[in-house]
Structures are given as structure tokens and as C-alpha cells.
Design a protein around this ligand. Structure first.
Ligand code: SF4
Length: 301
């Protein structure tokens, strides 16, 4: 989530006069630390989060572990985020003080409440906290994430949670691999909002997870508008939300090509490359033969 919201967090803490230490990019050492400290049942991103904390804990006075609860009104984030501070505190020994305040990001008022609580760990000057908060909001509002480089040949929607799509170690450099093969990529941030929202509203039961709404809405909107030739969904093994989203997309896009790559700490890069190449070959053949519909080409690895 830092890849999406780092302008806010960096500007806020810089504004308070704190030094910020970021953990290094995910690598084998961090993954191993995460696997060592985290419970087996957790998903890969949560394990890796443990690894990042373990790698940096001895260098700082306190750890910012945002307990993200809500990003939009009437929607929630995965429960694993709500319990992240407790998971960390009970799994990793000798950690410095941790931020515990729940983070509701759906309004400036609720976001400021978090800033006031966390900022008080650094300064008692409320004016300073207010100024840092306002500066952070401005920086975040002018920041845009996502990929939008479609091409005339083949374009795929790259779907998945931001902490998978934006971490080249977890996703095994898939963005570069697709770019090198001349495949265009578009992500959910660039979906036409009204159409994506209307797709979600058509569901009998509205999903209350933000990730689910965003990914399902975007995938079906791109499909409806014929903006993409296929969907590559990077999923985390043991992610409850992904298991629902993937099925929802399949149910509502018929036989549209979709490759689901499930990632965990045992996933081998060679296996992913093979499936990726087979999927792209299939898309190319489909383009050449101008086949309107395929059957049985949704693949899970
Ligand atoms: S949404 Fe899925 S991948 Fe993300 S933290 Fe929750 S279980 Fe893990």
C-alpha cells in the first residue's frame, strides 16, 4: 500500500521533523525472514510484511504499521490489515513501539484523527501536525498510480492487489516480462469509473471489500468496452478476497481469456514464465484467427 500512498506518509512524517527509514526492496532475505516469523497460514504479502518489519526494526524508534480499515465509505479492507499490528507484535520479538490507531481514510476528518494520534508520538505541537497533514494531503492528491500503456497488438489487464503488482520480487518482474514481449498493460486505476461502478451495482450482493469492488468493476468494464484481449490476475495463495473476485470475473466474462497466477513462497519463476508464454501464444493465435470466443482457456497455476 506504500506504493500507492507514500506521498501522504512521507510528507506527513517529514513535516513533523522525523527521519523516515524505509525497508529495502523485497528480496530473498526479506522473504525468508517473513516466513520465519509469520504464521504458516498467512498469505504471501503478510509474510513478506513480517520480513520487512524484521529487517528494519532495530534501526528505528517506532514503527508505523497502518491499521488500514477503510479507504472508501461503506467498504472495508481485508481483515488481515486490521490485525496487522497485533500479528507483528506477537510474532517478532524486541520490536520498538508500534502505531495502533485504526486508519480510516474515507474522509479528511477521520484521516486527521489518525494523524493526530500518531503525530503525538513525535511532537506535542498540534499546529505542526495540522500543517504536516495538509501538506501530505496535497502531495497525495497530485499523485497517480497504475499502468496505462495499451498497444495495437495485444493489451492485457494486469489485475491484483497493489502490493503484488508494485513489488517486482513478488510478481517476478511480470511487468518487464510483458513489456519485453510487446504486450500492452492496463491496470484497474484506469477503468472508466461510471461503467465499473455500474458493473458492481448489478451484483445481487454488493461486495464490501474495496479490493474486490475495484478489481471486479475494472475487469468487467474493460471487457465490456473491448479494451483488452485478456486478463492476467496475480493472486496470493490463501487470499479469501481473490478467490471470490476471480470467480466473479469468470462468471461475468464467459470464456474471455484469463490467466490466474497464484503466488506463494514456493512458486517457481520457471513455471510462471511457461504459463505466461503459453497464455500470450494463445492470445496471439486468437488475434490471428480472429476467433470471437474460445472455450476452456482460463488457466490456474
Ligand atoms: S487481501 Fe488477500 S493478499 Fe491481501 S492481505 Fe488480505 S488475504 Fe492477503
Amino acid at each position: 500500500m506504500y506504493s500507492k500512498y507514500h506521498p501522504f506518509f512521507e510528507n506527513f512524517f517529514f513535516g513533523l521533523g522525523a527521519d523516515i527509514i524505509n525497508s529495502e526492496n523485497t528480496n530473498k532475505r526479506i522473504l525468508n525472514l517473513g516466513v520465519k516469523h509469520c504464521v504458516d497460514e498467512a498469505c504471501l504479502p503478510v509474510k513478506i510484511y513480517h520480513g520487512h518489519v524484521a529487517s528494519i526494526k532495530d534501526q528505528c524508534d517506532f514503527l508505523v504499521i497502518p491499521r488500514i480499515m477503510q479507504i472508501h465509505n461503506y467498504e472495508y479492507i481485508c481483515p488481515k490489515f486490521c490485525g496487522l499490528p497485533e500479528m507483528i507484535m506477537h510474532s517478532i520479538p524486541n520490536i520498538p513501539p508500534v502505531t495502533l490507531e485504526p486508519l480510516y481514510m474515507h474522509s479528511n476528518k477521520s484521516l486527521y484523527k489518525w494523524c493526530l494520534s500518531v503525530g503525538s508520538m513525535i511532537t506535542e505541537n498540534k499546529r505542526k501536525i495540522r500543517d504536516a497533514f495538509e501538506h501530505a494531503i496535497t502531495a497525495q492528491n497530485s499523485f497517480r498510480t497504475g499502468i496505462n500503456n495499451p498497444n495495437n497488438k495485444i493489451t492485457v489487464m494486469l489485475a491484483g492487489h497493489p502490493y503484488i503488482l508494485n513489488d517486482s520480487y513478488i510478481n517476478m518482474n511480470i511487468i518487464k516480462k510483458l513489456n519485453d514481449k510487446g504486450i500492452g498493460i492496463i491496470t484497474e486505476e484506469f477503468a472508466p469509473s461510471p461503467l465499473a461502478d455500474s458493473q458492481v451495482k448489478k451484483l445481487i450482493v454488493k461486495p464490501f471489500w474495496t479490493f474486490c469492488r475495484n478489481l471486479y468493476g475494472a475487469a468487467t468494464a474493460f471487457y465490456q468496452e473491448s479494451k483488452i484481449n485478456g486478463i492476467i490476475y496475480l493472486s496470493s495463495f490463501a487470499c479469501g478476497i481473490d478467490s471470490v473476485v476471480v470467480d466473479l470475473i469468470r462468471l461475468n466474462t464467459g470464456d474471455f481469456p484469463m490467466l490466474v497466477i497464484k503466488l506463494d513462497e514456493h512458486t517457481g519463476e520457471a513455471g510462471v514464465d511457461t504459463r505466461l508464454e503459453a497464455f500470450i501464444d494463445m492470445l496471439e493465435r486468437r488475434m490471428q484467427k480472429n476467433i470471437a470466443t474460445f472455450s476452456s482457456h482460463s488457466t490456474v497455476i
